[in-house]
Design a binder for this molecule. Sequence first.
Ligand code: FAD
Length: 339
Amino acid sequence: MENNVNDISQYKDVWVFAEQRNGHISPVVVELLGEGRRIADETGSNLCAVVLGNNTGSVVDELARYGTDIVYSAESPLLENFTTDAYTKVITDAIREYKPEIVLYGATHVGRDLAPRIAARVNTGLTADCTKLEVDPTDKKLKQTRPAFGGNLMATIICPNHRPQMSTVRPGVMERAKRYETASANVVNIEISLTPSDIRTKVIEIVKSRLNLVSLGEAEVIVSGGKGLGNPEGFTMLRKLADTLGGVVGASRAAVDAGWIDHSHQVGQTGTTVKPRIYIACGISGAIQHLAGMSDSDIIIAVNKNPDAPIFNVADYGIVGDVNEVVPALTDAFAEFRL
Ligand code: FAD
């Protein structure tokens, strides 16, 4: 990693990779733009978005509404669908040409695939799965914080000698950018040199998953179940409570690992980070890796038969009891309350 050690002063501006599908930006992009705005203001630089696709005009307008100063846009039929090869090449070339100081990606499947490849090609570091970003007031370097050692401590990482400073950021952690209906941004069309032979995979068909995938990140009420449910049927009971409250069902990793519910429901360090108004943890012990994903919820209610379960340390309301008795009683009580 020798070639850009001494010329980091050439790098400026904060870039956000604007992941989009069928003209809709991924929710984490709005969170990255919120965080990017703060970092750009603190470092005295522009907030920029980089978007790849085919016919991305409406996405460019949408990015401008979230306070982006400059949108870098790469358009080509070869970018219609995400492919690792094409996206890596186009963004790598753009970074080499425009030299951003910071590049942020969502820690989504796409971001996690793309960011390490780009980091290797442009000879810089990458901090994966960040939960906090700060600007050092003395030297303006980016301090990137992420859970380490199985979530038992938080590591703050800097990239002192190479640029750009790059992070993937967990969805659901950062504040969303403010939206301004009439805002506009400068648009820079990225010249791309991409040929079909650069892309080693071909998207033949996109088949939507038949699974009922849950949108935990945006839910206002989450009723989560853990190993204490005892069996997969326990989630049917939780779903009734969630439906009564207009919420969705979450799960601990132990319940997911047991095969009781799909991984898309998992809350925690290796699942989704959530901040609902109400989080009800049923039969969940409160391991640090679970707490990492839900402790910022506005109100936490815990149901556990063990009065010493660690979940009670973060709970605003604790109910010591058997989930099989407490959850149906809560469901009936809330149903009556709604009538
Ligand atoms: P348990 O720890 O077995 O707890 C079950 C609880 O149910 C107990 O507190 C028990 O008292 C209670 N209980 C039992 N029966 C009843 C009953 N009838 N009524 C009421 N209460 C009852 N975990 C996550 O959740 N999310 C993650 O993203 C995650 N990521 C991880 C990443 C790493 C690197 C590692 C090492 C671990 C991770 N884990 C994660 C696992 C985590 O450490 C715990 O093992 C897991 O959260 C435990 O799940 P649980 O609370 O459902 O099960």
